[in-house]
Design a protein around this ligand. Structure first.
Ligand code: UD1
Ligand code: CA
Length: 458
């Protein structure tokens, strides 16, 4: 590929009313710049340059794991042309076929396929602009064409005359420009305009004046792909459009959504057949749902694998868990990272698990904390059972064999092992190992005082 990509992200975004740099605000759980980079990376360019200014360090830190990115600093935001100039020293302008794709860090939802088509229309002597025809062109650069329909220039709203202001074809800002020519044009860019800025859009008139250069436009029809974000209202509106799009894809894949406008996907979700999702469900990170999975209302699932025919009841919160086939979770269960539920398990209401493997057919139906534990098959954990895994400094493990019954309101003080077929009497405080096939009772003995009278009021 003879392509370099320049992403403009130096602007402060004053209208966001925020201390966070604009491009770090999120859509669907990923920053706007993250979305732009996602599409850019798929294009297989030679280099990706990001022009930063306001909040430069904060932005660089967030993307520091990608060492291939080229950062260019624009100290003062003197315009989009000036911004691109900051990246030019690192772009090889000696190759006549080299192209530069300009993207904006605050236009997050452009599809890879759109960009790919745009690039195919450009060449060493063809500049290609992505344009949009809209009834609301206010504030945007207008595409000016001559009588033959050829593009002659782009005029910014503030510099446009009354006739130009009526033009409905606008500049989305996304362009592919031959690198060598761009370099020359940028060097002769002036700032004699209404905003006193170096406009990138002025290179279009220069291209029109160049006999050896043609200009082509690709008109986009899906407006959200080129929508920029300048304030929180636009951010919220784009978030909804993004989520509607996710919902449509899930419906198309056969997932039953009780209300497509009440689901949020902030990451990647993989679904089997006949999945049903009730309202207000949030998916984060990487989630996979097997066949026949049912998810109740108000559930949050993050980075988890859920096998076939699992039932997640309302209000549950699942993070970093693996849930085996046929299991039931909730209502109001909290599964924390390291939870592995084998087949046909049941984790009921107000049960919290963390770093715990729960064997096949085992149950904790109500009100329990199970942390740092391994449970065998067909174990029953009674209501109110607490696994005491923490001594204030270190975490300790509880090991439970098969067919163990732990009576209600018991405390298992780790490290401790309950062997196969053991039975813990309700209300016990267990702090030493229990051998197989035995009953453990560890509680104060009951005493009845006969004929005792309640105190009376004086
Ligand atoms: C620009 C275009 C306009 C187009 C519109 C689409 C120019 C002169 N105008 O308008 O034709 O219709 O986008 O939204 O190019 N940026 C920098 N450094 C700067 C200035 C801007 O990095 O010095 C970045 C911003 O952070 C933003 C992008 O460039 O991501 C666009 O800047 P913005 O000020 O929103 O563009 P406009 O001038 O409104
Ligand atoms: Ca803008």
């Amino acid at each position: 590929m003879n392509l370099d990509i320049v992403i403009l992200a130096a602007g402060r975004g004053t209208r966001m009313n925020s201390n966070i740099p604009k491009v770090l605000h999120k859509i669907g759980g990923d920053s706007m710049l993250g979305h732009v980079l996602g599409a850019a990376r798929k294009l297989e360019s030679d280099q990706i340059h990001i022009v930063v200014g306001y909040g430069a360090e904060q932005i660089k830190t967030q993307f520091s794991s990608d060492e291939e990115l080229q950062w260019a600093l624009q100290d003062k935001q003197l315009g989009t042309g000036h911004a691109v100039m900051q990246a030019m020293p690192r772009i090889d302008t000696t190759k006549p076929e080299k192209l530069v794709l300009v993207l904006y860090g605050d236009v997050p939802l452009t599809n890879f396929s759109t960009l790919s088509k745009l690039i195919q229309q450009a060449s060493g002597n063809t500049l290609c602009i992505l344009t949009l025809i809209t009834d609301k062109p206010k504030g945007l650069g207008r595409i000016v064409r001559d009588d033959a329909g050829e593009i002659t220039e782009i005029v910014e709203e503030k510099d446009a005359n009354e006739k130009q202001k009526k033009i409905k074809e606008i500049n989305t800002g996304i362009m592919v420009i031959p690198a060598a020519k761009l370099n020359t044009w940028l060097n002769s860019l002036g700032n004699d305009n209404a905003q006193g800025e170096y406009y990138l859009t002025d290179v279009v008139a220069m291209a029109a004046a160049d006999d050896k250069c043609t200009i082509s436009a690709m008109i986009i029809h899906d407006e959200k792909e080129v929508q920029g974000v300048n304030d929180k209202a636009q951010l919220a509106s784009l978030e909804r459009q993004f989520q509607m799009n996710n919902a449509e894809q899930l419906l198309k894949a056969g997932v039953l959504l009780r209300d497509p406008s009440r689901i949020d996907v902030r990451g990647e979700i993989d679904t089997g057949s006949d999945v049903e999702i009730d309202i207000n469900v949030i998916f984060e990170g990487e989630v996979s749902l097997g066949n026949g999975v049912k998810i109740g209302a108000n559930v949050i699932i993050k980075d988890s694998k859920i096998a076939d025919n699992v039932n997640i009841l309302p209000g549950s919160n699942i993070d970093g868990a693996e849930i085996g086939e046929g299991s039931s979770v909730g209502p109001y269960a909290r599964l924390r990272p390291g939870t592995v539920l084998k087949e046909n398990t049941k984790i009921g209401n107000f049960v919290e698990t963390k770093n715990a493997v729960i064997g096949k057919g085992s149950k904790a139906s109500h009100l329990a904390y199970i942390g740092d534990a391994v449970l065998g098959e067909n174990v029953n954990i009674g209501a109110g059972t607490i696994f005491c895994n923490y001594d204030g400094v270190n975490k300790h493990k509880t090991i439970i064999g098969d067919n163990v019954f732990v009576g209600s309101n018991s405390v298992l003080v780790a490290p401790v092992t309950l062997a196969d077929n053991t039975f813990v009497a309700a209300g016990s405080s267990i702090n030493s190992d229990v051998p197989a096939d035995s009953l453990a009772i560890a509680r104060g003995k009951q005493r009845n005082i006969t004929g005792w009278k309640r105190p009376t009021k004086k």
